[in-house]
Write a protein that binds this ligand. Structure first.
Ligand SMILES: NC(=O)c1ccc[n+]([C@@H]2O[C@H](COP(=O)([O-])OP(=O)(O)OC[C@H]3O[C@@H](n4cnc5c(N)ncnc54)[C@H](O)[C@@H]3O)[C@@H](O)[C@H]2O)c1
Length: 417
């Protein structure tokens, strides 16, 4: 199988990482075991554009065991784990990914995946789907379904669908409760702090930590940071989410006010220009800036470059910018998602649920995708319940069961005061 990776000699280390992830992803492993018998993806080609991590490798193995050929690239220039890419290539997967891609190399990798003529796509951020629609529309007739992993990707797909430009059905895996209420909240919360700590090793306790965006990711991050003793400040554009942050006990203010008091800034909005030169000019000497939203547009790196008179790498994934007045600002992971650029992404336990959702969605599309109209679709309710139930079982937890009388009560209106 054609592949392009950084270093094949890293495969042994990658295989160990994957084995570690497998031991912490019981839901996906159970689905994989079942699918290796009935092979519901038999004969299909699946094109994936999703961070090449150890958890993704477990998903790719599940896809292969279910009978499909996978061709894969990363969905971010800085997130590929080269040892995992080497392990996947060794196992015969067509993988085109290495850490530190230029933009042209990134799209070269996307093109290689599309050259493998996938029938189903699995995207994270919608770059693969957008490339397909923009540049390779001739290939569209061979594709009958896709899935999307993240909030920003779902936004892009909905905008495409609203303008009548989306040409095949795509399941919004991100929007499943078993995904965004766990992966985005607990996964991003923990792994973003992990990235900040690996890149800086600063003490969080007592620091003013500014979180931009109090949606799923921001909420997870703010709460985990509070747990580590940080004084968390939230910046929001939506009144409802700002109010939630205030009632959760966080200080809420505009970024222009937070800029002068923050020690650490983390953007988690999916929006662009959340931190610009005007904010940077107000920041204190030593402030740390990073982003955990999908694209590297939340912090204006261009403004930082323009404001700086000097720049040097302090530690891996940590660049010091000295501004003209002598103040120093530190940018982590180039302003790309800090949890994948400076750490390993979300822990396996939470990706277990996201990727179980991905896997069931692909199987659903293999069965039904050809009958669906182009559009953005929700994950079937029964998949969500199955995944939540199985996850609880694997955690050794039991829950209550409604009696038929209780069930009837909940669905009726007659019993009152
Ligand atoms: N790092 C990761 O591994 C990871 C994981 C999941 C999602 N994501 C990405 O993180 C981003 C956020 O995802 P989410 O699920 O939390 O989305 P969300 O829609 O739940 O929350 C985003 C929040 O940001 C707010 N916001 C938007 N623009 C803003 C601005 N200019 N200033 C202040 N607040 C603003 C919105 O009002 C909303 O409350 C997306 O880009 C998503 O793709 C990253």
């Amino acid at each position: 199988m054609p592949s392009r990776i950084k270093d094949p000699s890293l495969s042994q280390q990658g295989l160990l990482k994957i084995e570690w992830a497998e031991s912490r992803m019981p839901v996906l492993m159970a689905l994989r075991k079942k699918a290796s018998k009935n092979r519901p993806l038999r004969g299909l080609k699946i094109g994936g554009c999703l961070h090449v991590t150890k958890e993704t490798a477990v998903l790719v193995r599940a896809i292969s065991d279910a009978g499909a050929d996978a061709a894969w690239c990363g969905c971010n220039p800085l997130s590929t784990q080269d040892d995992v890419a080497a392990a996947l290539a060794k196992e015969g997967v067509s993988v085109f990914a290495w850490r530190g891609l230029s933009t042209s190399e990134y799209y070269w990798c996307v093109d290689q995946v599309l050259d493998c003529k996938p029938q189903l796509t699995l995207d994270d951020g919608a770059d693969l789907v957008f490339t397909l629609h923009q540049k390779r529309a001739d290939q569209m007739s061979g594709i009958f379904g896709g899935t999307e992993e993240t909030t920003t990707g779902v936004h892009r797909l909905r905008a495409m669908a609203d303008q009548g430009n989306l040409r095949y059905p795509i399941i919004a895996v991100n929007d499943a409760k078993v995904k965004s209420d766990f992966d985005n909240i607990y996964g991003t919360g923990q792994s973003s702090l992990d990235g900040i700590l690996r890149a800086t090793n600063v003490l969080l306790s007592g620091k003013n930590l500014v979180v931009a965006g109090y949606g799923h990711c921001g909420r997870g991050l703010a709460n985990r940071a509070r747990g580590m003793g940080a004084n968390v400040i939230v910046c929001e554009a939506d009144p409802l989410n700002a109010l939630k942050a205030a009632m959760d006990g966080f200080r809420v203010m505009p970024m222009i006010d937070a800029a002068g008091i923050g020690d650490i800034f983390v953007t988690a909005t999916g929006c662009k220009d959340v931190i610009t030169g005007n904010h940077m000019k107000r920041m204190r000497d030593g402030a740390i800036l990073c982003n955990t939203g999908h694209f590297n547009v939340e912090i204006s790196v261009k403004d930082l470059e323009n404001l700086a008179k000097k720049k040097r790498e302090m530690r891996p994934n940590n660049v010091e910018y000295t501004l003209r007045d002598g103040d120093r600002l530190y940018l982590l992971a180039e302003g790309r998602l800090v949890n994948l650029g400076a750490a390993e992404g979300h822990p396996s336990e939470v990706m277990d649920m996201s990727f179980a959702t991905q896997f069931l969605s692909l199987i659903y599309l293999a069965e039904k995708g050809r009958d669906l109209q182009p559009g953005v679709y929700a994950v079937p309710e029964e998949h969500e319940r199955l995944i939540a139930k199985t996850k609880l079982e694997t955690m050794g937890m039991k829950i209550d069961t409604l009696t038929s009388d209780q069930d009837h009560y909940l669905h009726d209106y007659r019993e009152g005061t």
